[in-house]
Write a protein that binds this ligand. Structure first.
Ligand code: B4P
Length: 353
């Protein structure tokens, strides 16, 4: 039985349109362009660059401006204007609209209790997320294999969604209350996970003999597992997650072993589509991009590791120049600085992080 109603997508559209009309949701205006990678290892890869002057468009919210990450918690309140489903899985979660979206119908799967954002994902978190992806795709737990085959034959192009979780203090979250995010992936965007799964589509649960897949064309450490087309249960999801998590945590262990005095809070970007589950261990939520004599401090959450980079007010010049010069190297360096090198063996120089 699916957790979500059959008409979930129409409920989302209806609630979203009403919230925008009432100015409850602040829909940011933005522009996006693709930038092809200049990295010769993966010529067909590209990045989705978005410029959005968020500060100029965000209404001043004193509670938000003056508070530290750990204190501000809008999710503890009941905000019926954002609610898609107010009570899920015995009131463990609510599914709500993001109040400040760049992409339409950006959803948040939020725990009802105030649980820290550094917490591990639970079997219920994984199950609720996976079922959400399937429901948004028009598939749910009631579908059997025959239905799926029939669906594929009559396939219409469907929008693709991703679930992501910014876990730990260096992952780029701003609200310390457990929430997973769900968003449409831009049309034609192929992420590094898509490339690696395209080459290795056979689903499997990693074990000592066969580890998670790694895309070596990107400079940062990354781990991905292809998921079956057939709907999987929570036990399957947990086994995949635990495997990826172990790989990510080993980076923090190596870091401490190399120098105990430099503790780094375990953080990672978790990302899942119906095709794959992926983790990138994170060393920082921000890093400097040096370009043509200027320094720009950029931030990224898991979206950066889905090739979606956000440029804010003071970064317009950088956004324009990277596109004009067709130069993706500064982005690739930035993504590496906020993560760990692919072949990590010792902590990088302190100045890098
Ligand atoms: P967090 O995990 O804490 O933070 P975040 O998504 O990294 O967004 P942040 O708040 O740091 O905003 P940013 O300027 O980077 O997630 C908390 C989420 O809750 C946020 O998305 C926030 O908007 C939302 N929220 C806050 N108060 C709320 C309330 N009362 N009710 C419901 N939701 C509430 O980015 C601004 C926006 O752009 C974010 O939505 C972000 O997810 C999105 N974004 C970032 N990079 C993007 C990219 N490359 N392309 C498209 N969108 C992008």
């Amino acid at each position: 039985m699916s957790l979500y109603p059959k008409n979930l997508t129409s409920i989302i559209t209806e609630v979203y349109n009403k919230a925008v009309e009432n100015n409850d949701v602040i829909q940011f205006k933005s522009t996006s362009k693709y930038l092809k990678t200049s990295n010769s290892k993966e010529a067909s890869m590209k990045y989705h660059l978005t410029f959005c002057d968020i500060d100029a468009q965000k209404p001043v919210k004193p509670e938000r401006e003056d508070t530290v990450k750990t204190k501000f918690d809008p999710f503890i309140r009941d905000e019926p204007e954002f609610a898609i489903i107010n009570s899920l899985m015995n009131d463990e979660y609510k599914l709500v609209l993001n109040k400040f979206p760049i992409v339409d119908e950006h959803l948040l799967l939020v725990t009802k209790k105030a649980i820290p954002q550094a917490s591990l994902l639970t079997p219920n978190d994984l199950n609720a997320s996976y079922q959400l992806l399937k429901a948004l795709q028009g598939e749910d737990q009631d579908d059997d294999d025959d239905d799926e085959d029939e669906e594929e034959e009559n396939a219409k192009p469907k929008s693709r969604h991703v679930i992501f979780y910014n876990c730990g203090e260096n992952s780029g979250y701003s609200i310390d209350h457990k929430h997973l995010q769900c968003m449409k992936i831009p049309n034609k965007l192929k992420t590094f996970q898509d490339f690696v799964v395209q080459e290795n589509p056979e689903p499997y649960i990693p074990n000592v003999k066969r580890e998670a897949l790694e895309n070596e064309a990107v400079a940062f450490a990354n781990f991905t597992i292809p998921l079956p087309k057939k709907i999987v249960d929570e036990e399957y999801l947990v086994m995949c997650y635990v495997n990826l998590l172990q790989r990510a945590l080993s980076y923090f262990q190596q870091w401490e072993e190399a120098d105990e005095s430099k503790r780094l809070a375990p953080s990672y970007s978790f990302m899942m589509t119906t095709d794959w589950m992926s983790i990138v261990p994170r060393s920082s939520e921000c890093a400097d991009i040096e370009f043509e004599g200027n320094t720009y401090t950029m931030f990224t959450n898991a979206l950066g590791y889905l090739h979606m980079l956000l440029f804010k007010g003071g970064q317009k010049e950088l956004y324009d120049k990277l596109l004009e010069k067709k130069d993706s190297t500064p982005i690739e360096d930035f993504l590496l600085k906020c993560a760990f090198p692919n072949n990590f063996s010792a902590p990088p120089a302190e100045s890098d992080y």
